[in-house]
Design a protein around this ligand. Sequence first.
Ligand SMILES: *Cc1c(COP(=O)(O)O)cnc(C)c1O
Length: 366
Amino acid sequence: MNFEVKLNDLSRALDKDRLFILEVTEKLIDNGLLVLGPMVRKFEKELSEFLNIDGVITVASGTDALEIALKACMPSGKRTVLTAANAGGYCSVAAVRSNFEVVYADIDPNTQSINLESLEDSISDEVGVVVVTHLYGLATDITQIVDYCHTRGIAVVEDCAQALGAKLPNGKFAGTQADVGTTSFYPTKNLGALGDGGAIFSADKEILDKVKKLRQYGWGNKYEIDISAGTNSRLDEFQAGILSFRLKSLESNNQVRRNIISRYRNASLNTSICVFPANDSSHTGHLAVATSNNRTVVRKQLSELGVQTDIHYPVPDHLQQGLFNKTGTGLPITEKMSSQIFTLPCFPELTEAEISHVEACLRNIQ
Ligand SMILES: *Cc1c(COP(=O)(O)O)cnc(C)c1O
């Protein structure tokens, strides 16, 4: 088989958007403004209208968004973040960079997101912020988690770097159910820039005010530092111009991704693997993730048939030696899932021939 289906191929969207990328570049030269200018303000407004939330503030990456969000909503006197350990380590890195402690709760095997009972078991008086990640694109309703946390003075952050545009049955978008939402515009995300970028959203004026200061040295007015722990985390005009353009096709691209995942799921129904569903608009179809009890063999078979796969993510945060210099255990569902999951190719520019090829390969998995 000389057919190769890549996990992702960013050059296709770049090529499709070529004319517009050149147009943004010309606008940039004409405007002569490069960072936090009119294109950034325009994009922030467009994203806030799209998400139906008052305040959107862009930053330089999704990890920065998490770090700034954690700092902005950590109650005074507390310094512990509670999150799930299956979401790629970004939240843990942001917490460690903020000088906060991290503790973990286990996940719900149906949503891959934090489980309320496990959260209740792991909570302590030290915890000031809970971070929920809407993993692989599935937005989960976190009303119960938010209620539980708010009665205890704990803030809730929603990381929707993989779920931007996912809409819950109650009409709310992922990232707008709690105190703060964060996202990333890393090129492989559903709304991807041509470099790094991120955003923070909130309806809370006090939090927004802090976020705005933290993204630029802690400044209140220019050159006047109001609060400490500020950083330099700004979005470029160029990236904002690209993101404004790409935001218009976010919903239709999410639909294309969902269709691909549904086709994979149907193709593998009578096999030993299970593709997680992405049925409706509560899912952005960010990643096509499947489970197998025999992952190494299945991935090898697929690879020999020209289908690239990857694992999101192979090492749960609590087992990351380099981050904590210690090994933990005790998150049975997280650990089991991380040994079974693997990711199939899914991006809007996949061709019909490529999707059909993956379907055919999946049907033949033993
Ligand atoms: C990609 C990602 C991030 C980090 O975003 P960067 O822009 O790469 O820093 C954080 N959280 C989740 C869930 C992500 O998928």
